[in-house]
Design a protein around this ligand. Sequence first.
Ligand code: NIG
Length: 415
Amino acid sequence: MGMLSIINARVITMNASAHGGNTATQNGARHGAAMSDIGVIENGHVCMRDGVITSVAPGRPASLIGEVIDAGGRVCMPALIDCHTHLCFAGDRWSEWEQLRAGESYESILAAGGGIMSTVRATRQATPEVLAHELGDRLRALAQLGVGSVEVKSGYGLDWQSEIKMLGAIDAAAKNTPQLVMATCLGGHAIPADNPAWPEQFAANLADLARQFPGVAVDAFCERSALSVQQCRDIFTQAKKFNMPRRLHTDQFNSIGGVAMAIECGATTVDHLDAADENSITALAKSKTIAVLLPCSVYALGGSYARGRSMIDQGAAVAVASNSNPGSAPTIDMRFAMHLAVRHCGLSTNEALTAATWNAACALGIETKVASLHVGKRADAIVLEERDERALTHGFAGPPPRHVVLAGNLISYRH
Ligand code: NIG
C-alpha cells in the first residue's frame, strides 16, 4: 500500500456544503435539491496512506512522498458505487436476445419458463467455485471502470440450498476483489414452477439466513409476473423481525402497490420504478426510502424510463445503478447508466453523480466508509479522462477512467 497523492485535480469531494463539508460521520441519503451539492475544489489534491484518505484540500500538499499522479486538471472523484447488480450467475441468455428481437416480451418469456428461470437452471447446476470464479472476473472488470463498491444479489437459486450456495460464492469472490462487496439475498426473485410455495418457505427461512450471513439484505420482485404484494409483505415482515435491510424490485412493468407496501415496511430502497404512478412518486418523496433507477434495462427491453426528474423535484432521494444481469441489463457500465439517467430520466449531471456515489452508498448502508473524498475514509478514487464532470454524463460507451485507486492501491493506470 504506502502513500499515494493525486495532485493538480478538479476534485469532486461529494462533501455537501450543507453539512459543513464534513461527511465522515454524516449518514442518510440526499433528497431533492440537496442532490445537486457535490463539493467542488477547483484545483486541489487528495492524499492517501495505507488505504485511507489523509488529506483533501485546495492547492498542493505540503510534501510529496510516495507515488504521485498529476491529474493535469482532470476530474478526481470518489469511485462509483453500483448498488444493484445480479453479477453472480451461470449460463447465458443469447437465445432470449433473439426471442426479444423477434418481438416476444420479457414477461412472456419468463411466464413460459425462460428468462430469469433459465438462469436459475444454469446457476443451480454450477459449482460454488465456478460461480465465485466467474463473479470475481466480472467484479475485476467493474473495478477497471471505476466501481469501488458493488452490491451483488443472489436470486438465481430459488431453493434454499442454491440461494445459500450463491451467497457463499459472493462472499468467496469478495475476498479476492479490490472492491467493497455487499450481498443481498434476492430469494423473492420469482416463483419456480416446480415449487409454488417457495415465497412462503423463503420467508420462513429468514432467521437462519440472518444467522448465516449477518448484515445481508433481503430482496423480492413485486410484479404481476413475479411475487404478489402480499407475498412480498410477508417476506418483509419476517425480515424486519431480524433487522435485515429490505429492498424491492417493483413497478418495472406494472404498478400493483409495491411502492406503498415497501415504504410501509420501512424498505431501504425500491428499485426500477419505470411504471411508478404519480401517487407512488409523491409517497416516495415523503419517505426515507431511496428510489433506485435502473435505466439500462429500459434501454435493453424498451418502454418508458423512470420519472427521475419528478421524483427529485418532489423531494425524493434517487440512486442510479447498472442492474448488471445476463437478461435485462447485459452491461457492467455505470457510466452508461448515469448517461441514461441524465438523457432519459431527467437528472442533471450533479444529481447523477450523487445518485451513483453518495445515495448509492446509502442504499447499501456504507456511506460512512466510502462515497466521499474525506479524511479518514477508505481511499477509493477515480481520475477521469475529462476535465469537466459534465463530460461524464454527456459521453457514453467510454472512455473508462484514466486512473482507478481502490483502498489506496492504483489498480488501473493509463498514460
Ligand atoms: O432487476 N426484474 C427482475 N430482475 C432483474 C432481471 C434479472 C434477469 O432478467 O435475469 C432486474 O431487471
